[in-house]
Write a protein that binds this ligand. Structure first.
Ligand SMILES: Cc1ncc(COP(=O)(O)O)c(C=O)c1O
Length: 441
């Protein structure tokens, strides 16, 4: 289709786009100019069904009146207030609501502006907590292969994606990695795979290698999203919890994707019935509308810091925009929208329909695996020999031409639609993807 450039700026050169093939994009821009409900509108006036909730973040869909109004109102009332040594009511209100929504042990909330910052914050809290309780020799952090924890130095150090690491020097020291949980035996699993709980036992090997008294925390995504939807095998997270507890190691769940209904519950911790010590979140906290993240901490962790003279700062950490008024207002309106519309329950109800629709793609050309959980799904394609990621990228481009937004990492197609999705949208999304895959070279 010929591209109508009338709604596209003349000069695309200044903006160095993140995680984007800049040269390819600027030759053939995919420009979104508005959004409503389940759909984006492109610069050339086409509707694109949002199969990815933006970037895993617009869980309540787009242009939600309550959120838009809350932002408008807050901007006119209190636009900004200093975040250090001063407060404003909106941030306190959001923190209380988040605490009430989170599983029981999480009583305290530290605000950030993104998933990456939530990760850095959680790692720093873990290290400082160990020191505060007299375990200052615990300085090591353990992540996992194929983990994604954002793009800052702590996050890429504990993360396990080679291209996110290898260009950026020697990263943090004292970091080790668990093996990832993606086993070929589990291909075409529906929901949690059967095989692989034993992969958590590798933590015992790491503990024996370094000594438990040197390890502060283990960080994992309960379900790894960005690296291609890698699901935790049955029993894996429970085992990880058992081993970390046994050795006095904190367990951090990075729930930047799994938080806010993606798996049909508030957080994956609740979904799996495994409670970590810290939870990171972002994205769905404000429905993706205003940058905001948070770290949820247990009372035990929080209280360990509340010592010393009262006039002293307890944690030397924070951001200019931690709990900013407009983001907090957007957060409150978002949590209300989730609740009023029962969106987490809705995700749980739709999950079986989503699963069957997704698995109907089995047998199409180049499809090697399909996996799903909650309202997340992935279709893994066989890579073109010598040209990794090209096949999936072609599928992404063709899908966009045909009116659906999907995401790809390597040769894996990932989808995570807004939780307001209707069955007819699922049919459209999967039907269009099926047409794309049938013609894929
Ligand atoms: C598990 C996880 N952690 C951290 C991040 C980073 O979030 P942000 O891009 O908001 O910094 C992401 C983003 O996708 C994520 O999926």
């Amino acid at each position: 289709m010929a591209l109508d450039r009338s709604n596209i700026p003349n000069d695309l050169s200044a903006f160095w786009m993140p995680f984007t093939a800049n040269r390819q994009f600027k030759k053939s821009p995919r420009m979104l100019v508005s959004a409503d409900g389940m759909f984006y509108k492109t610069a050339d006036g086409r509707d694109i069904l949002d199969g990815t909730a933006g970037l895993w973040c617009c869980n309540a869909g787009h242009n939600r009146p309550k959120i838009v109004e809350a932002i408008r109102k807050q901007a006119g009332e209190l636009d900004y207030a200093p975040a250090f040594q001063m407060g404003h009511p909106v941030a306190f209100e959001l923190a209380s609501r988040l605490r009430d929504m989170a599983p029981d042990p999480f009583e305290h909330v530290f605000f950030t502006n993104s998933g990456s910052e939530s990760v850095e914050t959680a790692l720093k809290i873990a290290l400082a907590y160990q020191r505060a309780i007299g375990q200052g020799s615990r300085t090591r952090l353990i992540g996992r292969e194929r983990g994604y924890h954002g793009v800052n130095f702590g996050g890429i150090s504990v993360g396990g994606i080679v291209n996110n690491r290898k260009f950026f020097g020697s990263l943090l020291t004292g970091v080790d990695h668990l093996p990832h949980t993606h086993l070929a035996d589990n291909a075409y699993s529906k929901g949690q795979p059967e095989h692989g709980a034993h992969l958590a036992d590798d933590l015992e090997r790491i503990v024996a290698l370094h000594g438990p008294e040197t390890i502060a925390a283990v960080i994992v995504e309960p379900m790894a999203g960005s690296t291609g939807v890698l699901l935790p095998p049955k029993g894996y997270l429970e085992r990880l919890r058992e081993i970390t507890r046994k050795h006095g190691i904190l367990l951090i769940f990075d729930e930047v994707i799994t938080g806010f209904g993606r798996l049909g519950s508030s957080f994956a911790a609740e979904h799996f019935g495994v409670m970590p010590d810290l939870i990171t979140c972002a994205k769905g906290l404000t429905n993706g509308v205003i940058p905001m993240g948070a770290v949820l901490a247990t009372k035990e962790i929080h209280d360990a810091f509340m010592q010393g003279p009262e006039h002293m700062i307890e944690l030397f950490h924070g951001y200019t925009y931690s709990g900013s008024p407009i983001a907090s207002a957007a957060g409150i309106a978002t949590l209300e929208t989730y609740k009023e519309e029962g969106l987490f329950e809705r995700a749980a109800e739709l999950a079986p329909y989503w699963q069957e629709a997704l698995h109907s793609l089995k047998g199409l050309p180049h499809v090697m695996d399909i996996r799903n959980m909650g309202l997340i799904g992935a279709v893994e394609l066989e890579p073109i020999a010598g040209d990794p990621a090209k096949r999936a990228f072609s599928a992404f481009l063709d899908a966009y031409d045909k009116g659906i937004l999907i995401r790809t990492t390597g040769d894996i197609i990932a989808m995570s639609p807004p939780l307001i999705i209707e069955k007819t949208h699922i049919d459209q999304l999967i039907g269009t993807l099926s047409d794309v895959l049938k013609k894929l070279h």
